[in-house]
Design a protein around this ligand. Sequence first.
Ligand code: F6P
Length: 508
Amino acid sequence: MSNSPSALKEWAALQTHVEALRDVHMRDLFRDDKNRFHNFHFEMDGLIFDFSRHRATIETIKLLGSLAKACDIEGWRTKMFMGEKINVTEDRAVLHPALRGSCSPSLTIDGENVAEFVNKTLAQMESISKKIRSDKKITDVVNIGIGGSDLGARIVYETLYNFQDGPRVHFLSNVDGARISGILKHLKPDSTIFITTSKTFTTMETMTNAETAKQWAGSAKNFYAVTSNIHAAKKFGVPEDHILPMRDWIGGRVSLWSAAGLPVAIAVGFDNFKKLLSGAKAMDDHFLHAPMVSNIPVMMAMLGVWYRNFWDWNAHVVLPYAHNLRKFPAFIQQLDMESNGKSISRDGEMIDYKTAPALFGETGTNAQHAFMQMLHQGVDILPVDFIIVKEPGHELEDHHKKLNANALAQAQALMQGREKAPAAAYKTFEGNRPSSTLVLDRLDPWHLGLLLALYEHKMFVQGIIWNINSFDQWGVELGKTLANEILGADTAESTDQTTLALMRRLHE
Ligand code: F6P
């Protein structure tokens, strides 16, 4: 297969290497290397990335680095930042880093200067967010959008709870009427602003919710739109000066840095939105300039590849020990699984290795009382990312100490297990279960930007290794088409008998 990573000698070297580590316990790795934490962690301003608790030796890291080199991560990184159309199935550039000022100011796409577009849109966001924040009549903002037009702004809004000093923001994504009725019954048309965020302005859920909201409000005069389909937004009735543009080169799931961040700018102020962008830019700079072997997103990505492709493990768990990061796993789920849940290569061939693992997560300590039993004693091994925040952002020190002690204890228990044979077999903890620990100095806009951009680049690197296009999402199309057929009762001959029978029952 052309360009297949599995055909590379660096891939084969890792296949051999994994056998040498198969029976090695991390406890022994720690015993043999008194400097293991020192040797297996990176630090940058505001962030510690610890990867000492992995089934990895210095040799593993070298071999993973060689695979990254052989797959030309550096070359692809340049292509992305230079605006090459690396999303080939949609013929689009992938330029979310440009939204935080990380690309060349002279870069043009389809005849338009990218930096000028970004700055103009930021100026528009600034004036709109200031206007809405200073209008004391406005108490509520409803963002109508789904997928990337919802999750990014939502995670930032919820995480920056301590910074919210504008109107309340509600995120309306599901087409389930229960959600919109639940929101609207507490609101009044005169004090509510709607932002319809939809790159295409055609997404069924979003347009259905937007139409219902417009009827409730009586007109679209209090509507704003964030879209690349300006024509459709105007047709919907959104006033022209309330429309903020998107571009093809802004992928939905990486769009929170664009005008899709308007609800955030309204809730926490434009200056805080700019700090979010500069945190992300700091990560872009690290990703661009740190050598492969000490590059945090590259190392995170390669450890994921290590477990997925060489240990054959199927899932990855993200555990933020911060209540305000409770939506983070859902955001990362879309980022990783919509981007890298693919089985056709960039060359259009069926691939013969695994790609994105199933990803899930929950805040700690809640997860400990829900599913972590399986992580400690289940038959599957699920690598974990622990995310810890150093400074609490509140005065309850005792709570914060307990929260972080739990995070450290879980990572330690997963790694060490219980060495002494227990009296009863059911008390066995074999340990040797890997995790990374990320420590953020604090949960403010800057550090959140840094964290989100880190996971974006990790996703990018994995997509390159797996030789897939991380920036399309054709897998969601068939379901959309069939839903429309079912809605119109326009079933094709190929409609299966169960669908037909259930349709009949639902209409009875
Ligand atoms: O579910 C697929 C998807 O295309 C996502 O990638 C996207 O973020 C979401 O739908 C919403 O799309 P739009 O912004 O066009 O409404």
